[in-house]
Design a protein around this ligand. Structure first.
Ligand SMILES: [Zn+2]
Length: 302
C-alpha cells in the first residue's frame, strides 16, 4: 500500500516536474498581477531574533542556530488588513538556463529592480513583520514590500542573496524539500545559509505537486511532512508556505492549517494581506518582461 502510494506520488511528481518548467503560476488563471498596488521598501527585519549557539550537523556544528519569533495566531483578535505587496520571483538567471522564459529574470535586470525599489523608498519586510502588523498592530515601515522567491534554485544563493545583501534587503525563499539533492537546486546546507543570512525560508512542499490531486495521506506528507523536514534542516519552526502552482482548495488549506503554517501564499493577484485569509494571501508575479520602472509603477509609485 505504502509502495503504491509512493509510486503514485512519484507519478504526480513527474507530472509536476513537467509543470514546474512552466512555473508556479502555470495554469492559474489569476496569477498575473497588474495594478492597484501600494508601496514597499527595504529595511532590516523586525527584532526579536535571538541567535544561540548549537547545531547538530557534523562540520556545521559550530554554526549558530537561529531562533525565530513564534508566529502563532492569537485567538479572537480583530480582523485587520494591510497593504503589503508580495512580489514573486522564480529564477534569476540568463535566458539559456532551464525553465520557462517568463519565470527567468535576467540577473542584471533583477539588480536594477532592487535598485529601483530602493530609490523609490520601498522597504522589504519579513514574514514576522507582516505577522506583527496583522496580529499585533505593529507599525510597518513606509512603502513595505515582501520579495518572495519560489522553487529553491541555486540562483537563490549565487545571485539573489548577494544582490539582496548589497541593497540591505530581505526576502522569503520558498523551497522544495524533496529537491535538496537535485542538481540546480539548493542543498540543505545552502538553505541554512539563506536562513543564517537573516532571510525567511518557507515551505513549498516536498515534491511540488498540485496538492488538490493528493490523497489525505499524501497531502499530509507534502505539508506537515515537508514542514518537519525543513524544520530539521533549519533547526527552528517554519510558519510560511506557498502553494505549488498557486493551487489549493478547502482540503488543501485545512491541511496547511493543521500542519501549523500561519502564513500561506497563493499566486492570485493582489496586494492586500488580511487576517481574514492568512492562508490564501495573494502575491504579485514578476516576469522576465518586467522593467525596474515597471515594478515601481506596479507598486503604485511614480
Ligand atoms: Zn513553485
Amino acid at each position: 500500500m505504502a509502495r503504491l502510494q509512493s509510486a503514485r506520488l512519484a507519478g504526480i511528481a513527474v507530472l509536476a516536474g513537467v509543470l514546474m518548467l512552466a512555473g508556479c503560476g502555470s495554469g492559474n488563471p489569476v496569477s498575473r498581477a497588474t495594478a492597484g498596488l501600494s508601496g514597499a521598501k527595504e529595511r532590516g527585519r523586525s527584532g526579536s531574533r535571538i541567535v544561540r549557539g548549537g547545531g547538530r550537523r557534523g562540520a556545521e556544528s559550530a554554526v549558530a542556530t537561529r531562533t525565530v519569533p513564534a508566529l502563532i495566531v492569537p485567538r479572537g483578535g480583530p480582523s485587520k488588513s494591510v497593504q503589503v505587496p508580495v512580489l514573486t520571483y522564480h529564477r534569476v538567471a540568463p535566458l539559456s538556463a532551464v525553465g520557462i522564459t517568463d519565470l527567468k529574470v535576467e540577473p542584471v535586470n533583477f539588480a536594477a529592480e532592487l535598485g529601483a525599489l530602493q530609490a523609490g523608498g520601498y522597504h522589504t519586510v519579513s514574514q514576522a513583520q507582516l505577522f506583527d502588523a496583522l496580529y499585533k498592530g505593529a507599525k510597518l515601515p513606509a512603502k513595505p514590500v515582501i520579495i518572495s522567491v519560489d522553487d529553491g534554485y541555486v540562483d537563490d544563493i549565487r545571485t539573489i542573496l548577494p544582490d539582496l545583501k548589497r541593497f540591505h534587503m530581505l526576502a522569503t525563499f520558498f523551497v522544495i524539500t524533496g529537491r535538496m539533492t537535485a542538481p540546480g537546486f539548493l542543498s540543505a546546507r545552502q538553505i541554512r545559509q539563506l536562513d543564517r543570512a537573516g532571510m525567511d525560508v518557507g515551505d513549498h512542499t516536498a515534491h511540488h505537486v498540485d496538492l488538490r490531486l493528493l490523497t489525505a495521506t499524501e497531502l499530509r506528507s507534502e505539508t506537515a511532512g515537508s514542514k518537519r523536514v525543513l524544520e530539521g534542516v533549519l533547526g527552528h519552526p517554519v510558519y510560511s508556505f506557498a502553494y505549488p502552482f498557486g493551487a489549493y482548495n478547502d482540503n488543501v488549506v485545512a491541511a496547511v492549517r493543521a500542519a501549523g503554517f500561519t502564513m500561506a501564499y497563493s499566486t492570485a493577484a493582489g496586494t492586500t494581506e488580511s487576517t481574514r485569509a492568512p492562508l490564501t494571501m495573494p502575491r504579485v508575479h514578476v516576469g522576465r518582461a518586467q522593467t525596474p520602472s515597471g515594478i515601481v509603477s506596479l507598486l503604485g509609485g511614480a
